[in-house]
Design a protein. Structure first.
Length: 257
C-alpha cells in the first residue's frame, strides 16, 4: 500500500509580543515562498540598478568616480579650451574690424589672425600694405565713375575715391556677407562685406545702404546708393577700401577700373 505524500505548507504569523495573540497569519507553500523570494530579490536588484544608473548614488560606487568622472573632466576641459580659443578669435576679429572702419593701422599686426575656418592666402607685407600671392578673388569695380584720389598709406588714405553721380548703384565687388551696415559721423552711411580668404571690402559716404548686417550677397548685387554723406567728404563719391587679413590693399592693384 502506497503511503500518501503529505504536502508541506508554511505559516507566517504576526503576533503580539506581550500577549502572544495572533494578529495576522498567512499559509504559504514552498513553491510560492520561493517565487516570492525571487521576486523580492529581483525588485531589489532592479531598484539598485536604477539608483546606480540614474541617480547621484552612482558617485558613491567604488571606482566609478575614478573612471567616469575623469572622462567627463577631460571632455569638459576640451570644451573650455575650445570656448577660450573661440572667444579670443572673436575678440581679435572684432578688433580688426574696428581698425578697418576707423582707419587706425598704426598698431595693426599684419600677420594672420586666428579666425577659425578661415583660409589664409600667402602674402608679403611691404610699406604697410599686404600683397597677397596665389589665387586672387575675381573682384569687380564697385561703381561706375572715375578715380579722383588714390591709395596712400602715408597720408592715411587707405582706399580710393571714385567720383560718380548721386544715387548711382554701388555693387558688391565679390560674393560675401554683410558685416557692417550703418551710419557713421565722419563717413556717413557705410557698408562692409567679408569675403573668402580673409578679404574685407568697405564702401563709405553712401546716400543709402540697401543691405543689412548678416545679409548674404553675390558679386555685382546692389548694396548701396552713392552719395556724399558724412563730415569727411567733398562731393558725391564712393570711398572704397580693400583689406586683406587686417592690412589695407590698394584696390587698383587687384581690380581693373
Amino acid at each position: 500500500m502506497k503511503k500518501k505524500r503529505i504536502k508541506k505548507r508554511y505559516r507566517i504569523i504576526i503576533e503580539d509580543a506581550y500577549t502572544l495573540r495572533i494578529l495576522k497569519q498567512w499559509h504559504i507553500s514552498p513553491v510560492l515562498l520561493s517565487v516570492s523570494i525571487v521576486l523580492v530579490l529581483g525588485l531589489w536588484t532592479a531598484l539598485l540598478w536604477f539608483l546606480i544608473t540614474y541617480t547621484p548614488v552612482r558617485y558613491w560606487v567604488l571606482g566609478y568616480d575614478e573612471v567616469k568622472l575623469r572622462e567627463k573632466l577631460v571632455a569638459l576641459n576640451k570644451e573650455v579650451d575650445s570656448l577660450i580659443y573661440m572667444t579670443q578669435s572673436c575678440y581679435v576679429y572684432v578688433e580688426k574690424l574696428r581698425q578697418v572702419f576707423s582707419g587706425d593701422v598704426d598698431t595693426l599686426n599684419l600677420g594672420n589672425f586666428p579666425v577659425d575656418g578661415e583660409k589664409i592666402l600667402g602674402g608679403v607685407v611691404s610699406g604697410g600694405q599686404s600683397h597677397p600671392s596665389g589665387s586672387m578673388p575675381s573682384f569687380i569695380p564697385p561703381v561706375d565713375g572715375f578715380i579722383t584720389n588714390t591709395f596712400n598709406v602715408e597720408s592715411r588714405h587707405f582706399g580710393i575715391d571714385i567720383a560718380t553721380r548721386e544715387g548711382n548703384t554701388v555693387v558688391a565687388v565679390e560674393d560675401g556677407i554683410v558685416i557692417f551696415s550703418d551710419w557713421t559721423l565722419n563717413t556717413g552711411y557705410v557698408i562692409a562685406l567679408a569675403h573668402e580668404n580673409g578679404w574685407i571690402s568697405v564702401y563709405k559716404h553712401n546716400k543709402a545702404v540697401l543691405k543689412e548686417q548678416g545679409d548674404i550677397v553675390k558679386g555685382g548685387e546692389p548694396i548701396a546708393l552713392a552719395g556724399a554723406t558724412g563730415l569727411l567728404t567733398k562731393g558725391t563719391h564712393l570711398h572704397f577700401e580693400l583689406w586683406y587679413n587686417g592690412a589695407p590693399v590698394d584696390p587698383m592693384q587687384v581690380i581693373l577700373f
